[in-house]
Write a protein that binds this ligand. Structure first.
Ligand SMILES: [Zn+2]
Length: 264
């Protein structure tokens, strides 16, 4: 029995759905990641991490095809970026989840590889919860790394050093797809000047939530220090994420969904 949703025939899928595996949907983007990383970075990390976690817990989970485009208008000044408007992205991803609910699946997990997708996927997951009997949620892969581990493994300045095509993301790619990383082109760039209430860092969000066109503050498309990236850092971080994602999937699988009560 395969863990790949799309490799089943429909009669097979009907039987698989009866076992109620957790449906894992990797979501990324196609966008600039500086001169040293490929455009596919966000969907490569989301899909490879998701696949390895699903392999660990099968048959408790099914892996859906990856959503390779996301919300990233703010990167359009850099060639290669494919930008999907926010409402389109919400509707598209919500309908993936809602379709799964109509086939009988009751746990849906969006695994996000692109920071700016998160807010939209959160709404998509809520749409699934509100419009079906399924439970849906979203997790960005880096949020599965404990803070203590982040601060011991990563040495980039805080805040602002871990943001985009940075030490963390480049390390993850060195571990997962070293053939696509050109470290000779990696360049440290910290063009966004942090303030007291606003900064860009995946380790800890600033109080102010914002995003602007990246060409306003970044020349290379990088915000962070990819020159500090290593395969070993990637291995430690990514393997931790895979372990915790597998744990999250099993927790979702076990979780009971209580019936609604209409108190009118
Ligand atoms: Zn990225």
């Amino acid at each position: 029995m395969t863990y790949l949703y799309h490799e089943h025939s429909w009669p097979q899928l009907r039987e698989v759905a009866k076992q109620k595996p957790v449906c894992v949907i990797p979501c990324g983007t196609t966008e600039q990641h500086g001169p040293h990383l490929p455009l596919a970075t966000d969907f490569i990390t989301a899909s490879m991490i998701s696949e390895r976690a699903v392999q660990r817990v099968e048959p408790n989970a099914l892996l859906l095809p990856t959503v390779c485009y996301g919300f990233n208008e703010h990167h359009m000044d850099f060639p290669g970026t494919i930008a999907i408007p926010g409402t389109d992205f919400i509707n598209y991803t919500a309908n993936v989840g809602l379709s799964l609910a109509r086939h009988g699946f009751d746990k849906i997990l969006y695994v996000n590889g692109h920071g700016s997708n998160r807010a939209f996927l959160e709404i998509a997951a809520r749409e699934v919860c509100n419009k079906s009997d399924a439970f849906a949620g979203v997790v960005s892969w880096w949020s599965l790394i404990p803070n203590e581990l982040l601060s011991t493994v990563l040495t980039s300045e805080v805040p602002g050093g871990v943001s985009h095509a940075c030490e963390m993301e480049t390390s993850a790619m060195l571990y997962l797809r070293p053939d696509l990383v050109d470290m000779s082109k990696a360049e440290r760039e910290l063009g966004f000047r942090p303030g007291k209430y606003m900064w860009r860092d995946l380790r800890k969000a600033s109080p102010l939530v914002f995003n602007e066109q990246w060409s306003r503050f970044s020349r290379t498309g990088v915000q962070g220090d990819p020159t500090l990236a290593t395969i070993e850092k990637g291995r430690i971080l990514v393997d931790t994420v895979i372990e915790n994602l597998a744990g999250l999937i099993l927790e979702l699988k076990e979780r009971e969904i209580s019936p609604r009560v209409d108190h009118h």
